[in-house]
Design a binder for this molecule. Structure first.
Ligand SMILES: [Zn+2]
Ligand SMILES: [Zn+2]
Length: 559
């Protein structure tokens, strides 16, 4: 057969479309190449026409592009999916449709049952428990006067604490799954990222894994109801994706479960201060662009799909958390710089910032994303000072820049030059299910950042916190605040919700600890309305005193 093809004899059989040599796929690739050239032109990366001679360098680039093209063609395939947007998103060029489904929603227990006057929500219980914990000497009537009016007997506190530990009633659990999933949807759309039906199902399953006893499969019916509840529209799309993107939900769940089993086994060999999960997270500068969008509507506002490309100002932050509930002492930030490096003047400024914000390590790249070389810098500058020569377990996702074992063995060695780092790689597509940073921790970080940015906006329309310094300062603040002991249990919870440890502790999240509603009734020393209850000293301060007067380590338990 091979010989007849090689001899060039004409076959009467049509080559199926899946062959790279079919007319169909040759035409598709030709059009793709033309489109590719246009993209380069539009972004001012190539000349209109080629020169008369072909240089050796040009040939090297060409060959490299050819090889990558072959890789893409052999690794990726077309699949169909549904792209989702919120009904409130603006200027959408048509064909998004609301979801029609009238079937009975049997996944959410009858809400009426819970509307009885004696039904107390999980959030309320958590709030009361927090107040009671903060004021152990208060009696029932004092508690009732301080926003705990529905607490009828002191011994209910014990019962409620148990409810909270178990994650609430079945209704509470479905409510948690729903709101976690919706939060993620909103966050992704705010960052101009595509969301598909598959994403929703994965997030819902990730949220459900904190309730091991709950029967929940994120079925097609559940997801249809979810879209209806939240006013989400969809359209059919084709995606060109790698093999791993096509894994079924069942496959992903199974590999997540295997990962949990294996990791739990590994965990038993290490001190919990030395079981570390680290991950990169993409962040956006607060820009005029985002602001205009936020100003247009008072409710949830999203971007025009077409505007997504405009959002080029992004940077990467990398935090590391331990199973014991601690944050590693430094956060690693990679800023986006046009040439990849800081210019001499900017470099000088950055050096000053780093002296001011000591819990931040800064680097830069053209894209604002990390490369293997920058990741190595993270290991040396941010991880090494913490682990030193101790044995440790590091959980990282399957991003290719960080999966090579020798990368770690070169850097982390004991006195005898023996490797000290054990890595456990999170399987592809499983990170929303089993990576503690992803499952809970980064959502707390993002929430904190959002609070800072939107408050700065409200206070002064002319003041934007979007400079390099603001970006470093924000992460310095967030890192400093989240390092406080009050958040140890929140970080431990991230591991529990990922299914990597069995003990669920009562915990306080960022909103409960720092931004409770009662806070607005209190005042800062300077008499302005309080913005935050600082996590270290638990003092209520206004935004100006908190943000403008912040310097690294400016808050200690005794301040
Ligand atoms: Zn103040
Ligand atoms: Zn303080």
């Amino acid at each position: 057969m091979a010989s007849s093809e090689a001899s060039g004899s004409h076959s009467v059989e049509e080559i199926p479309d899946s062959s790279l040599h079919s007319d169909f796929s040759k035409q598709r690739l030709k059009d793709g190449v033309v489109y590719y050239e246009n993209l380069l032109l539009e972004n001012d990366l190539i000349m209109e026409s080629s020169s008369d001679t072909l240089s050796e360098d040009a040939m090297l680039i060409g060959r490299e592009l050819y090889n990558s093209t072959l890789d893409v063609l052999s690794e990726k395939k077309f699949i169909s999916d549904e792209e989702l947007i919120h009904a409130q998103e603006e200027c959408i060029e048509g064909n998004f449709e609301a979801i029609a489904d009238d079937s009975h929603d049997d996944y959410v227990p009858d809400e009426k049952k819970f509307k009885k006057s004696d039904f107390i929500t999980l959030e309320y219980k958590i709030k009361v428990l927090n107040v009671a914990k903060a004021h152990p000497t208060w009696k029932l009537d004092t508690l009732q006067k301080h926003g705990c009016g529905h607490l009828k007997r002191m011994d209910h506190l014990k019962v409620w604490e148990k409810d909270v530990e178990q994650g609430g009633t079945k209704f509470d659990k479905f409510h948690v799954i729903d709101s976690w999933t919706y939060d993620r949807f909103v966050e992704m759309r705010r960052n101009y990222k595509q969301v598909t039906t598959r994403n929703l199902q994965q997030w819902a399953l990730a949220a459900a894994s904190q309730f091991p006893d709950l029967q929940f499969k994120a079925s097609n019916r559940w997801v249809a109801k979810f879209k209806q509840r939240h006013n989400i529209c969809q359209r059919k799309i084709t995606r060109f994706v790698s093999e791993k993107e096509t894994y079924s939900i069942e496959t992903i769940l199974a590999s997540a479960e295997t990962f949990r089993l294996q990791t739990k086994q590994l965990i038993s060999n290490f001190n919990s201060d030395f079981i570390i999960n680290t991950d990169q997270t993409g962040c956006q500068y607060q820009s005029h662009f985002n602001r205009t969008l936020t100003d247009k509507g008072s409710k949830t506002v999203f971007a025009n799909v077409q505007d997504m490309n405009k959002l080029s100002h992004t940077y990467t932050a990398q935090y590391s958390i331990t199973l014991s509930g601690k944050l590693l002492p430094q956060v690693f930030i990679c800023l986006q710089e046009p040439t990849g490096d800081f210019g001499p003047r900017i470099k000088q400024h950055v050096e000053e910032y780093v002296k001011k914000y000591r819990n931040v390590v800064v680097t830069s790249s053209k894209s604002g994303k990390l490369t293997t070389i920058l990741y190595k810098k993270f290991l040396v500058k941010s991880l090494m000072p913490y682990v030193q020569k101790n044995k440790f377990l590091l959980l990282v996702d399957s991003w290719t820049g960080q999966t090579r074992a020798e990368l770690y063995d070169e850097i982390f060695q004991d006195e005898e030059k023996m490797p000290t780092c054990t890595t456990k790689i999170i399987p592809p597509k499983c990170t929303p299910l089993v990576q503690p940073c992803d499952v809970y921790f980064y959502r707390q970080v993002k929430n904190f950042i959002k609070r800072l940015q939107s408050t700065a906006d409200l206070l002064d329309k002319n003041y934007e916190i979007h400079s390099r310094e603001d970006c470093l300062k924000i992460h310095s603040i967030v890192h400093h605040q989240l390092s406080a002991p009050i958040f140890h249990q929140m970080i431990q919870y991230a591991w529990f919700a990922s299914g990597l440890c069995d003990t669920k502790k009562f915990f306080t999240n960022v909103n409960q600890a720092c931004f409770s509603l009662d806070l607005l009734k209190t005042h800062c020393n300077c008499n302005k309305t309080a913005f935050i209850c600082r996590s270290w000293c638990r003092k209520n301060v206004c935004f100006e005193c908190f943000y403008h007067n912040y310097h690294s380590g400016s808050c200690t338990p005794d301040c």
